[in-house]
Design a protein around this ligand. Structure first.
Ligand SMILES: Cc1ncc(COP(=O)(O)O)c(C=O)c1O
Length: 479
């Protein structure tokens, strides 16, 4: 099925979908019009029926087509409300001490029953490869009891590190098992990275808005955060970073390179290269968090910034929490020159990552079914993006804006000023809906009228009804 027919499509069906989408966008195929049947396109474009069907389903998921029973596929007639994207952020140019007390409350809701979980960015259990993981865990317990029950000290299980090194080839990185240190999720990897290269009081440049777990670490380590102006599609403003390094003495920059949290922003390659040039010029270290990089909605996986780094200025961090199992708590860091420090810190904080999940994951990744699982996940998240965006467009107050990410797991919604998203999240809780209020994502109390919405939901979750309730609550705050 792989085909290299266009620059951005990875699979042949994506290429077919792109061509068909082009015909819709240039008006050749008009709203309400029936498009060629699967059989006809199969003959006309010389591609298999399965490929055409996959392409049509993709376009249906993206909201370009609708399937009518026993009739075929039609160009979607009802125009969707197209939301503008949120504005580029404009945070204060001063470093901040961080306060993050709301986060614990959001985390408490992760496992609550009967809640529509639009809040925490944790995948629904049913989206994870549960059955195969259960099999792998039980095989590990039976076949490798010694390894399962002993500390996996040092950098972690070698078999898993080998699989991770292989996995990173997709992100354009060539690292060996010896470069990887296994951690308890990406959160510990971020902690180890930050702690090994900073002293209390140091300044960390971050995106704005920014992943709140990073802000918590900055707070706990006695560091200061400098929020950088950030475009929701293009990423951090490099001129602002350059100025911050020159005038404020930024020690380290920490950001999510691909499908960031909460904006879903994926920096393009030129931007990544320019960032690496800037790091090299000023000898500043970057902690790159690539936890969402395996989740493009279309086309190939984007490169990691690490893949462009020739001087060891990038510490790479990721985990399998968004794609395989958050409960396994398996992440990793490629610490480069800081390896000894990271290993020492890891040893004194947790001795070793748990052995059973490491061994089970190594076996799972070695089996070769992971790419298929990722495709299913990408499809589910991308469908949900369209469903949630449609619902936000239909039910939120006029003037609402939202990102339209090309991958990842979250949407960032900018509501009209006057809506208080902390209040909204409390009101929503009474309706059994969780959301993440915007202020979580800032060190300076910004984004009061923003929300982050999780897309890792099952297909049968009543998204439209939940988003309608949120929209009504937001609207009521404005009147
Ligand atoms: C950007 C980012 N980094 C790190 C983490 C933490 O990941 P883990 O659960 O692997 O510790 C998250 C979790 O939401 C995240 O969104």
């Amino acid at each position: 099925m792989r085909g290299a027919m266009s620059e951005t499509a990875q699979y042949l069906y994506e290429n077919v979908a792109q061509r068909m989408r082009g015909l819709i966008e240039d008006g050749t195929l008009r709203p309400g019009e029936r498009i060629p049947s699967v059989r006809r396109l199969h003959k006309q474009w010389s591609v298999s029926m399965t490929t055409v069907l996959e392409a049509y389903r993709l376009l249906e998921d993206r909201g370009f087509l609708e399937a009518r029973p026993r009739s075929g596929y039609y160009v979607r007639a009802t125009p969707r409300v197209v939301l503008q994207e949120p504005e580029r952020s404009d945070p204060p140019r001063r470093p901040q001490r961080v306060r993050t007390d709301l986060v614990m409350r959001l985390q408490a809701e992760i496992n609550a029953a009967d809640v529509v979980r639009l809040g925490a960015a944790a995948p629904d259990l049913d989206l994870l490869p549960q059955r195969v993981l259960a099999r792998k865990v039980s095989e590990v317990m039976r076949r490798q009891p010694r390894a399962a029950h002993t500390y996996c000290v040092g950098a972690g299980d070698e078999g898993l590190r080998r699989q991770i090194a292989r996995h990173m080839v997709d992100a354009g990185c060539s690292v060996g098992p010896g470069d990887v240190v296994i951690t308890s999720g990406a959160q510990e990897a971020l902690y180890l990275g930050l702690k090994s290269i900073t002293e209390p009081g140091d300044l960390v440049a971050v995106e704005s808005p920014c992943y709140f777990g990073l802000l918590e670490l900055i707070e706990a380590l006695g560091l200061r955060a400098l929020e950088l102006p950030t475009h929701p599609r293009e990423g951090v403003d490099l001129d602002a970073l350059d100025e911050a390094v020159r005038k404020r003495g930024v020690k380290v920059c920490a950001l999510v390179s691909n499908y960031s949290n909460p904006t879903g922003c994926c920096m393009d390659e030129d931007h990544k290269r320019a960032l690496v040039d800037l790091l090299r010029h000023h000898r500043v270290t970057l902690i790159e968090d690539d936890i969402y990089g395996d989740l493009p909605f279309e086309g190939p996986r984007p490169r990691a910034i690490k893949s462009l780094d020739r001087e060891g200025l990038v510490l790479y961090v990721s985990s399998f929490s968004k794609t395989i199992s958050p409960g396994f708590r398996i992440g990793w860091i490629v610490p480069g020159h800081h390896r000894e420090e990271v290993l020492w810190l890891k040893n004194i904080t947790s001795i070793a990552a748990p052995s059973v999940p490491q061994l089970a994951l190594a076996a799972y990744l070695g089996d070769g079914g992971h790419e298929r699982h990722l495709r299913r996940l990408r499809r589910a998240y991308s469908n949900n993006m369209v469903r949630v965006l449609d619902a936000v467009g239909a039910h939120f107050p006029a003037g609402t804006r939202a990102t339209r990410p090309n991958g990842g797991q979250v949407l960032w919604v900018q509501m009209p000023r006057g809506v208080n998203s902390v209040l909204l999240s409390e009101q929503a809780r009474a309706h059994k809906i969780s959301v993440a209020p915007g202020v979580l994502f800032s060190a300076s109390g910004r984004y009061e009228h923003y929300l982050r919405l999780n897309l890792a939901l099952r297909r049968d979750v009543a998204v439209d009804a939940a988003v309608r309730t949120l929209g009504q609550l937001a609207g009521a705050q404005l009147t």
